[in-house]
Design a protein around this ligand. Sequence first.
Ligand SMILES: C[S@@+](CC[C@H](N)C(=O)[O-])C[C@H]1O[C@@H](n2cnc3c(N)ncnc32)[C@H](O)[C@@H]1O
Length: 210
Amino acid sequence: MTSKTPDLETAYALRTPEESRRLYAEWAGNYDSSFAAREDYQLHIHTARAFVAAGGQGPVLDVGAGTGLCGAVLSDLGVGPIDATDISAEMLDQAMRKDIYRDAIAADLTVGVPAPAGSYSGIVSSGTFTTGHVGPDALDELLRLARHGAQFALSINAQHFQAAGFADKFDSLRARNIQSFTLKETRIYGDLAAGPHKDDIALIALFEKT
Ligand SMILES: C[S@@+](CC[C@H](N)C(=O)[O-])C[C@H]1O[C@@H](n2cnc3c(N)ncnc32)[C@H](O)[C@@H]1O
C-alpha cells in the first residue's frame, strides 16, 4: 500500500498503472465525499451532458469509471445500458453499489479491455485522461471497442493534453479513424472549489468512429 494519503496531488504524481491501482484501492471508500464533494468536482457532469448533447446512445462504456459519478449522470439523462471499466476493483465495487451499470470490467486500459471489438455505441470518460494516469495511446483500444458511428466524449486534462501529445494522436486519427471531431473547453471544478487546482481546465474531445 502507498504511505501517502490519497488526494489530488498524489493522484497527479502517479507514474505507473500499478501505482494507480494502489492509490485508488485506498481512495475508493471516500472518493465521493473526500474528493468529489469537497473539491466541487463537475467534470463528470460536463462530460455526460456533452455526450448526450452530441446524440450519444447506449450501450456505453464508461472508461476509468471510478465510483460511477459519470455513469450516474448518464443514467439520470436516460442513457443505457452502461458498462464500467477501471483498473481499480475497489473503485468498481463502489460504482456497482450505485445500481447504474450493467457490468463492471476490471482492466488496465493501457494493456486492453477484455470485451469484443465493436461492443459499444458510445464511449465516455471523465478524469482518467489526466496527469499521472492514461495517455493518448489508449485511444486505439477504445476505438477497437467502439462500433462504426459510435459517439465518444472523453475529457482530457488540458495540461496533460499538451504534455502527453494528444494533439498529434488526434491528428493521425482524424486522417483515418474518426470524424466530427471537436474540443470543448470546460472547468473541472465548480465555484465552491478552493486550492491550487480550482481553476484547472479540461478539454472534452467529442468525435465519432468512422
Ligand atoms: C480521477 S478518477 C476518475 C473517476 C471517474 N471517472 C470520475 O470522473 O469521478 C481516475 C480513474 O482512472 C482509473 N485509472 C487510472 N489508471 C487507469 C488505467 N491504466 N486503466 C484503467 N483505469 C485507470 C482510476 O482507477 C480511477 O478510478
